[in-house]
Unconditional design. Sequence first.
Length: 94
Amino acid sequence: PNEANLEPDRGGLKIYDATQLHMPRSVTPPELQGESGRRILAEYSNLTIPFRQNRITIFDSSLPHESDVGAWAPGYTNRRISITFLFGDADTED
């Protein structure tokens, strides 16, 4: 529930303005993980969408994205639930 989010402006989704065309060709999703990935993504602006109960966010999932950090009230009923639906074929250049 919304009340469980102790940081109402956080805890949702971060989407980076970095399409594959703008990303270095040598970068693959595993290289975007960890500290080196954070340095790469720091070069791009991002849109942070705050958590809200029953919110749907539809976006181009080829853009780098991640769950935003947040603080949540303790207890099982206060956990954040994320459900992801994927559709279509990923574009390939090979």
